[in-house]
Design a protein around this ligand. Structure first.
Ligand code: FAD
Ligand code: NAP
Length: 548
């Protein structure tokens, strides 16, 4: 079929890019609306994050019973998690199970990359080109490309010279890696590095950890899930999930209503200890309500976390090197099993790059200012071009020939993190300007997909052909997101939230910090107000304009 355009190979209602949690659920929802869709996925199978990140120790750090879909009673009935924090293989099995349950793979094209997408203003359609040579015309384009899916290239002198076994946590070989008897180096101590280090150390002859910035990490306290506990959670699941949906972080645990200095020193210490004992990402951040906003309050939590590191790590110099100094929580807090304990092993050496920087990667290892370290394997755990990387990797051309990359040159701008002015009928999932990456992402993903499906249903049922965010609404949203962030400590850290991990990337704090619940209410209000801030049109006739 070609709709009269010679170079179009296929005409569909919607193209969805990506087959992770977002793309799979979007496909289910759009099929329910009767749309003919295709999912285009770069990877060889479903899973997204959980397809690519197969490094040892990879697991979620949100409780498994919450890090899953809630939309399907069948999935809830038939799936059982086995651990508090599921491993990568278990989450991948879950997503395979979802794909099988809903027979999704017949509409997914694997090992195909979307290279470009161009909006046709006359037809109100997108023309999507893939590495497979397809040219698909579709009314709607859903970018379910992930926030943490575009790996950062190691920006280190000589990075292409190493002739040993070079590995990237975000592109880990499917068959695993055996480090037995090997001298191994790992660069990066973010969440990925911190999960991988204890397991690589268990196997390697010697592990050198190259650390530029130490990070705060909370103990996971991972454990098998008792069947009784799971049944208890499931019995009340809808209530638990609704609490998550209306919460700040997309989790069912209530934040504290107490400020740090409202309590005595003893009480404060007891609350931090209780959090540390409970474990998980919010071990300390949920103790008090001024954790992210008050510098002095935040210091109390920092001091507690540094004291714990000093108690665990025997060598005082190593302990000091491992002790972070930034405001806790402003770079994403990590969650680990035996991370700090690993530095007590004889076969692990911490190389503190602040005092002994890497000069170059050589064919046989790493040269720092003070020494040459010979390695058999070098693991890069250096992170991602987060939030905007996967979008900017595609040549997206909107109205008037404008490229998304150019529109976002000074930092991303969206309305609600869902749409971009000038790029009609293109939806983002958990895009910049939404709370996505600061939350349990599955809760945020479900909300976004439901919102997008609702918008598409609204358009189709009223014969609108185009939806676009107005530039005024977008400007106001961007200003609001920035203002909220400025009221917190977040922008003070050099973090991927701000784009500061990528050379040359604009420094803009990307997430919405006011919580999933407030954000959801705003998205609902926008719909109630007749898609306030969006222009819905049929051909050139504007049926609905943004509110004045
Ligand atoms: P992804 O899972 O990233 O899927 C996007 C897909 O799009 C990818 O498969 C990619 O190949 C594909 N794609 C991208 N560009 C193109 C293109 N041009 N053409 C074709 N295909 C393309 N979040 C939490 O809330 N809790 C956690 O515990 C947690 N743990 C994480 C652990 C790791 C190691 C990482 C990296 C992230 C983690 N996250 C976690 C965030 C995680 O990314 C999200 O929770 C969630 O999996 C995102 O789903 P998604 O479908 O939106 O994106
Ligand atoms: P990351 O948090 O960005 O960490 C990257 C690490 O590499 C940092 O320690 C960074 O140091 C270091 N690095 C980067 N470039 C370097 C260089 N040139 N020289 C030396 N060091 C360099 O990436 P990530 O660990 O992959 O995690 C990304 C996000 O994915 C997380 O924040 C989280 O949202 C998610 N994730 C979650 C889990 C989980 O527990 N469930 C696991 C993995 C990932 P600097 O800090 O100095 O830049």
């Amino acid at each position: 079929m070609n709709n009269g355009k010679n170079d179009v190979s296929e005409v569909l209602d919607a193209v969805i890019v990506g087959a992770g949690f977002s793309g799979l659920y979007m496909l289910i929802r759009l099929r329910e609306l009767g749309l003919k869709c295709a999912v285009i996925e770069k990877g060889g199978d479903v899973g997204g994050t959980w397809y690519w990140n197969r490094y040892p120790g990879a697991r979620c750090d949100i409780d498994s019973v919450d890090y899953c879909y809630s939309f399907s009673p069948k999935l809830l009935k038939e799936w059982r998690w086995t651990e508090r924090f599921a491993t990568q293989p278990e989450i991948l099995r879950y997503l395979e199970f979802v794909a099988k349950t809903f027979d999704l793979k017949r509409d997914i094209r694997f090992s195909s990359t979307v290279l470009s997408a161009e909006f046709d203003e006359n037809a109100d359609t997108w023309l999507v080109s893939t590495s497979y040579g397809e040219r698909i015309e579709a009314k709607y384009l859903v970018m379910a490309v992930g926030n943490l899916s575009e790996p950062k290239r190691p920006d280190i002198q000589g990075a292409d010279q190493f002739i040993g076994n070079e590995l990237h946590t975000s592109k880990w070989p499917k068959d695993g890696v055996d480090f037995t008897g090997c001298e191994v180096g790992i660069i990066g101590t973010g969440s990925s590095g911190i999960q991988a280090i204890p397991l690589i150390a268990n196997q390697a002859k010697h592990l050198y950890v190259f650390q530029r910035t130490p990070n705060y990490s909370m103990p996971a306290r991972n454990a098998p899930l008792e069947p009784n506990y799971i049944e208890e959670v499931l019995a009340d699941f809808e209530k638990r999930r609704e609490t998550s949906r209306r919460s700040d972080a997309g989790t069912p645990f209530p934040p504290s209503n107490k400020a740090t200095f409202e309590v005595s020193d003893e009480e404060r210490s007891a609350m931090f200890e209780a959090g540390w004992k409970r474990g998980g990402i919010n071990s300390l951040s949920y103790a008090f309500n001024d954790f992210f906003t008050d510098e002095i309050a935040n210091q109390e939590a920092q001091n507690f976390a540094r004291k714990k590191i000093q108690e665990i790590v025997h060598d005082p110099i190593t302990a000091k090197s491992l002790s972070p100094i930034h405001h806790i929580g402003t770079k994403r807090t990590c969650v680990d099993t035996n991370y700090f304990e690993t530095y007590n092993r004889e076969n692990v050496t911490l190389v503190d790059l602040r005092s002994d920087p890497i000069q170059e990667i050589t064919p046989h290892g790493v040269t720092t200012k003070s020494r040459n370290i010979k390695l058999d394997s070098l693991v890069y755990a250096v992170g991602f071009d987060a939030v905007t990387g996967a979008l900017n990797a595609i040549n997206i051309v909107g109205r008037g020939g404008q490229r998304l990359r150019d529109a976002w040159n000074d930092g991303p701008a969206t309305y609600l993190g869902l749409m971009v002015s000038g790029f009609p009928n293109m939806f983002l999932v958990t895009g910049p300007g939404s709370p996505g990456v600061l939350s349990n992402m599955v809760v945020s993903i479900e909300q976004h997909i439901d919102w997008i499906a609702g918008a598409i249903e609204h358009l189709n049922s009223r014969s609108f052909t185009r939806i676009e965010a107005s530039s005024d609404a977008q400007d106001q949203w961007v200003a609001h997101v920035n203002e909220l962030a400025e009221g917190t400590l977040y922008p003070q850290a050099t973090s991927w939230y701000l784009g500061s991990n990528i050379t040359g990337k604009a420094r803009v704090f990307m997430p919405y910090v006011n919580g999933c619940g407030n954000y959801r209410s705003e998205c609902e209000a926008v719909v109630r107000d007749g898609y306030r801030g969006f222009q819905l049109t049929t051909g050139s006739f504007i049926q609905q304009r943004e509110d004045a």
